[in-house]
Design a protein around this ligand. Structure first.
Ligand code: ATP
Ligand code: MG
Length: 569
């Protein structure tokens, strides 16, 4: 491609609302343009990267035995009512009506459509197992679209669905997808960690993994062990701490103390000159509308997903002031577990406290010397908190957990029979009996991968694409288009590269060298060949975008090195 004809402009600055480095550089480098919040056009450079990622995904999934199809984005909402997700999905589902006033949704995912399709196409165990995938635009009216392609409202997803006749079959299909994902992300040049994730009511243990690209901008927190392979999303991670109750010899009776206007754990710790670890923090939740109390150590955070799974409720929300007052007699900030008449859930770490300080269930009062099990019931104990850095690993004896941020680029999930049951999708087994399909679903955020790669691979000057997904393999830059020798060599090189299947971008614009180099840095093509003053002697400069290492080479040697670089990718 000749750059003078390329449909793309680099920008000196990114708009001020572009916070993430990947968002800024993809706008500035001329890869994407915003149409509306969370909705983007891919310019030719961006589309080339997207296509390369799609190509890697297709190759690996087909290698794993999956077949590609393409389903409609427009879905009748009756299907969503049948599966029960119409109301659960909420405002994220984009809904619209046709001219006959029939309601449709723009697909955010395709469990319903694929299940109804397979229900009609497969009626015998002989056609199982099967894994089907598509690469398609998805629509989700995200509450907070942001960071460019990281969280869009219209985005590109690869979604796959497996159908099996047995749970062991599902395990095999799941494993094949998991392993394909590992190869896909590796080929894309991403540093990814597979973590255990929360499966909610379905899925079971080991039933779902998320693939996290490690990056500080990531919205997910993951816990990993510094000694073994344990890794889990914070929503799921548990600590290896003891769940035993620690009972000590003697503690005096509970004392009520006055704590005027002391509402937060920090204020209380400061007021009493104690550590926040000595505080029992009590929060009131409305669980399916009914109040419950949960007690965690003062320095810990409640994990609402664990709490909700334990309670098995549909909705869980922090109680408002009125509900809190009605349930405890106290305003928010002065609630404690002593003497409550609602269910009290106690986190394991609280059982480890011999005694502590908690709210007095009246304004401006707290209790000290509160002993779990003596002063309040610990019958409903469990793991209800987020792990913290330094917690012991739940899987090995030596390790400690550490926390890091990740971008979820992929997700594999054992669905079981949730959708096949709801939609009545059955086949006949070898004995002629009806059985329900056992399903798995597998997503990859194809457009999100672009951003994740840039988050992991950039410097102050721009993007550094890994060779396997770069928009072009090599950027050929004659320093001066007015210099005949330079232009002759540049064109000769460009032609030679193309004849060998190397994708080259030739900067034939009449611009200053500085401008060309800055643009080239921004675009991030991994190899740059500068055709400058030594062109007449058949010499060019080979520049590695990542290391900025420069080397003067004869034309043939430069070509050999480029070929090796591209073949190695
Ligand atoms: P998130 O927690 O980030 O909202 P999700 O759990 O809703 O993700 P899935 O429903 O599992 O995501 O979708 C499959 C994949 O699609 C995700 O792993 C992610 O990579 C990608 N994805 C999801 N939502 C978006 C979005 N708004 N923009 C871009 N990619 C997305
Ligand atoms: Mg989401």
């Amino acid at each position: 491609m000749r750059q003078s004809a390329l449909f793309s402009n680099t920008l000196r600055e990114a708009p001020s609302d572009a916070e993430a480095a990947s968002h800024q550089f993809m706008l500035r480098g001329g890869f994407i343009r915003q149409l509306a919040a969370g909705i983007y056009s891919y310019l030719p450079l961006g589309l080339r990267v997207l296509h390369k990622i799609e190509h890697i995904i297709r190759q690996e999934l087909e290698h794993a035995g999956a077949q590609e199809l393409l389903m409609p984005a427009l879905q009748p909402t009756e299907l969503w009512k049948e599966s029960g997700r119409y109301s659960v999905y909420g405002p994220e589902l984009m809904r619209l009506k046709d001219r006959h006033n029939r309601e449709f949704a723009l697909g955010p995912t395709h469990e319903e459509v694929i299940t109804s399709l397979v229900k009609n196409e497969i009626n015998s165990y002989r056609k199982l197992p099967v894994t089907l995938f598509q690469i398609q635009t998805k629509f989700r009216d995200e509450r907070r679209p942001r960071y460019g392609l990281l969280r869009g409202r219209e985005f590109m997803m690869k979604d796959a669905y497996s159908f099996d006749a047995s749970w062991e079959g599902l395990d095999r299909s799941y494993k094949a997808m998991y392993e394909a994902y590992v190869r896909i992300f590796q080929r894309c040049g991403l540093v990814v960690k597979a973590v255990e994730a929360d499966a909610g009511a379905i899925g079971g243990e080991g039933g779902t993994h998320e693939f996290m690209a490690l990056a500080d901008i990531g919205e997910d927190t993951i816990a990993t062990c510094n000694a073994c392979a344990y890794a889990a999303n914070l929503e799921k991670a548990h600590s290896g701490s003891s769940s035993e109750r620690r009972v000590s010899a003697q503690h005096g009776t509970v004392q009520k103390i006055e704590t005027p206007d002391v509402r937060t754990v920090e204020q209380l710790a400061q007021y009493l000159a104690i550590s926040s670890q000595a505080v029992m923090k009590t929060l009131i939740y409305a669980a399916d509308g009914k109040p419950i109390a949960v007690v965690v150590r003062g320095d810990h955070e409640v994990n609402e997903i664990k709490l909700q799974n334990h309670l098995g409720v549909e909705t869980l929300e922090l109680a408002d002031a009125q509900t809190t007052k009605a349930a405890t007699g106290a305003p928010i900030g002065f609630v404690g577990p002593v003497g409550l008449n609602i269910p009290v859930l106690v986190d394991f770490a609280v059982l480890q406290m011999e005694a502590g300080v908690c709210g007095g269930n009246e304004v401006d009062a707290h209790y000290t010397n509160v002993v779990p099990g003596r002063d309040f019931s610990v019958e409903q104990a469990g793991d209800f908190r987020n792990v913290t850095a330094g917690d012991p690993c739940p899987h090995c004896a030596e390790g400690e957990l550490q926390l890091m941020k990740g971008i979820e680029v992929g997700h594999v999930f054992k669905l079981g029979t949730k959708y096949s049951e709801a939609l009545g999708a059955r086949y006949l087994d070898a004995n002629g009996r009806e059985q329900t399909f056992i399903m798995g679903c597998y997503g990859i955020g194809v457009s999100r991968i672009l951003s994740a790669i840039v988050e992991q691979s950039h410097d102050g000057r721009g993007i550094i694409w890994p060779q396997a997904v770069a928009p072009y393999h090599v950027h050929v830059i004659p320093v001066s288009v007015k210099d005949e020798a330079q232009m002759r060599i540049a064109h000769e090189l460009y032609g030679l590269l193309r004849s060998r299947g190397i994708e080259a971008l030739l900067d034939d614009r009449d611009e200053r060298a500085g401008v060309k180099f800055n643009d080239s840095d921004l675009m991030g093509i991994p190899v740059r060949i500068v055709v400058g003053k030594d062109a007449g002697n058949g010499q060019v400069e080979y520049v590695d975008r990542r290391s900025n290492e420069k080397q003067a080479l004869l034309l043939d040697d430069a070509i050999a090195r480029i070929l090796a670089n591209v073949e190695g990718a």
